[in-house]
Design a protein around this ligand. Structure first.
Ligand code: ZN
Length: 275
């Protein structure tokens, strides 16, 4: 029993630290409080249960835990509605550079989304000279960001962290269209039930197949889109969506009918584009 507890806490601790920093994904990376007894104690000591509907939905997040106060009083929250006519074009911005490689990954259904964890630290993004390492990616349905008031079918978030702990999230909008064949590697073993167990994929997953060919992007300063809604997050939202088949979108929707935070006020912030 003792060794079992030790094993769990060893797994939980780095994941929790990551989610506190990188948690656009989740504050409960290995399952919700209901899932199991031991992680539950550790998790609830950190965060209250939150969700996308009912009494724990986004409009109530700040009431659930004092650590979630920023969700209500923050002034640089995400997601936002990106309106083309307000975007400031800045040709001085460097193009986004991703160095993503075929990677070993594992997947977890944490009760909020499907999160894919990277098993190696090789995947990087460079934004205005700063390098960030990819930690995980996950999915929202419908999209969290809006373009001119419209949601896309889904949105993919690649969560990165720099050496000094800064967070950068790359968002790619997903529209229904052609099938993404690389995605089938994940979707064929999609964990439908919430669990702390990670599903390890056999072989490599090519992250580049989830990105559009044209990496033009919007940039702004925002927050994690899940509690504790921490600000200081560098956002990069790709202008060009990627396509998935309706069946691929439907497979996620069958597990998470909706897992998107509503758009937040832009306030005094500016959205820039890199071309
Ligand atoms: Zn997200």
């Amino acid at each position: 029993m003792m060794s079992n507890i030790k094993k769990i806490s060893r797994i939980l601790t780095p994941l929790m630290a990551l989610s506190m920093l990188a948690g656009c994904g989740n504050s409960e990376p290995t399952g919700t409080a209901e899932a199991t007894q031991q992680p539950a104690a550790a998790v609830s000591a950190q965060h209250a249960h939150w969700s996308y509907e009912g009494e724990t939905s986004p409009e109530h997040w700040a009431e659930l835990d004092q650590l979630f106060t920023t969700c209500k009083v923050g002034t640089a929250q995400s997601p936002i509605n990106i309106t083309h006519e307000k975007v400031k074009e800045d040709p001085g911005l460097s193009p986004i550079q991703t160095k993503y490689f075929p990677s070993r990954v594992s997947m977890v259904n944490n009760g909020h989304t499907i999160q894919v964890n990277l098993k190696n630290p090789d995947n990087q993004i460079t934004i205005e000279g700063t390098s960030y390492t990819l930690q995980q990616f996950h999915f929202h349905l419908p999209s969290e960001h809006q373009i001119d008031g419209n949601n896309a079918e889904m949105e993919l978030h690649f969560v990165h962290k720099s050496e000094d702990g800064k967070i950068a999230v790359l968002g790619a909008l997903i529209t229904a269209g052609a099938e993404n064949t690389e995605l089938n590697k994940l979707w064929s073993v999609l964990p439908a039930e919430e669990s702390e167990q990670e599903v390890e994929l056999d072989g490599m997953f090519d992250l580049n197949q989830l990105l559009p060919a044209d990496m033009d992007s919007f940039r702004y300063q925002g927050s994690l889109t899940t509690p504790p809604c921490t600000e200081g997050v560098q956002w990069v939202v790709l202008e060009h969506p990627v396509q998935w088949s309706e069946a691929q979108v439907g497979k996620f929707e069958a597990i998470f009918p909706h897992d998107n935070r509503p758009v937040q006020s832009l306030g005094a912030r500016e959205v820039e584009s890199d071309h």
